[in-house]
Design a protein around this ligand. Structure first.
Ligand code: SAM
Length: 287
């Protein structure tokens, strides 16, 4: 590990991406406080939210409102400043750029050769993944599900076969609709709801989407939510009679070898076994 403390004095010019707590002030890192203390300017989503955080930390810095919808002129102004002094980017909570503003600023700063560095810290995404008990070797973060039913179903259908745990951000008023859509589009998947992470009423509840929808219909959820869906299981082998029917249908249209190959490929089955059975069927049909 590197030495944990920074040198005192102002920071070098550049863009510093600083993560802030997602609920519990105790999660602010030492480097985050030092960076905020030694920077020249803090760019933030909401000056009131960040002003409050700085007050709690006993720091006073010039604040500048910034989000990805800022005009090109406003972004240019910020880029010019960070070429000469240390500019911190924070979001209201958690890690900037993770479902939060900053992507355009980082892209443009890097394109201009401005030094960009990140001071890591809390993010609801990683916090939820680390406690939900779902596989973490592969995960896919997909932001917020769309608010409208049709679009929500389309996104879930698009992601259904992704062999990874799916992670979404969600809100209390939308949670039950999201769970209903998951029950419909991804039946049988393990689901977890991680709510109010790092706060007094933190909870992480797992189950099927249907059970969780019933629970949260009876107990409308408050606060901030991360919704996780476990990966799809291995494909279920179809019943023997289904294979038999498909093989007979294929034999009516193509050669024995082609029919065996077609059904084997469709279900990931052994081609030789199906070929042998196809020969038997042909024999039965002739005899
Ligand atoms: N950049 C932030 C991060 O790194 O987690 C996320 C910002 S995004 C605009 C806000 C969403 O993050 C919330 O609607 C919620 O889904 C999730 N979130 C933030 N804080 C949370 C918390 N304490 N518990 C659960 N989810 C949280």
């Amino acid at each position: 590990m590197e030495a944990p403390l920074m040198e005192p004095g102002p920071l070098d010019a550049g863009l510093y991406i600083v993560a802030t707590p997602i609920g519990n002030l105790g999660d602010i890192t030492r480097r985050a406080v030092e960076t905020l203390d030694r920077c020249a300017l803090v760019a933030c989503e909401d000056t009131r939210v960040t002003g409050k955080l700085l007050n709690l930390l006993g720091l006073h810095k010039p604040l500048r409102r910034y989000d990805d919808h800022a005009s090109d002129v406003a972004r240019e102004a910020l880029l010019s400043e960070m070429a000469e002094k240390a500019v911190v980017l924070v979001s209201d909570a958690g890690t900037p750029l993770i479902s939060d503003p900053g992507y355009r600023l980082v892209r443009d700063a890097r394109a201009r050769g401005i030094v960009v560095t990140s001071i890591p810290g809390p993010s609801a995404l990683v916090t939820a993944l680390s406690m939900a008990g779902l596989p973490t070797d592969r995960f896919m973060f997909a932001g917020f599900l769309p608010a409208k039913d049709k679009a929500r179903g389309d996104v879930l259908a698009e992601l259904a076969a992704v062999p990874a745990t799916l992670v979404f951000y969600d809100t209390g008023p939308r949670l039950v609709a999201s769970l209903d859509a998951i029950a419909r589009c991804l039946p049988g998947r393990e689901v977890a709801v991680a709510r109010e992470l790092t706060k007094l009423h933190e909870e992480c509840r797992s189950g099927t989407a249907q059970d969780l929808a019933e629970h949260y219909t009876a107990h409308p959820p408050r606060g901030e939510i991360v919704l996780l869906i476990g990966p799809p299981g291995p494909p279920v082998a179809p019943e023997d009679d289904v294979i038999e029917a498909e093989l007979r249908a294929a034999l009516a249209e193509m050669s024995t070898s082609q029919a065996a190959g077609k059904v084997a490929k469709a279900h990931g089955l052994d081609r030789k076994t199906l070929y042998a059975r196809a020969l038997e069927i042909n024999g039965e049909l002739k005899g």
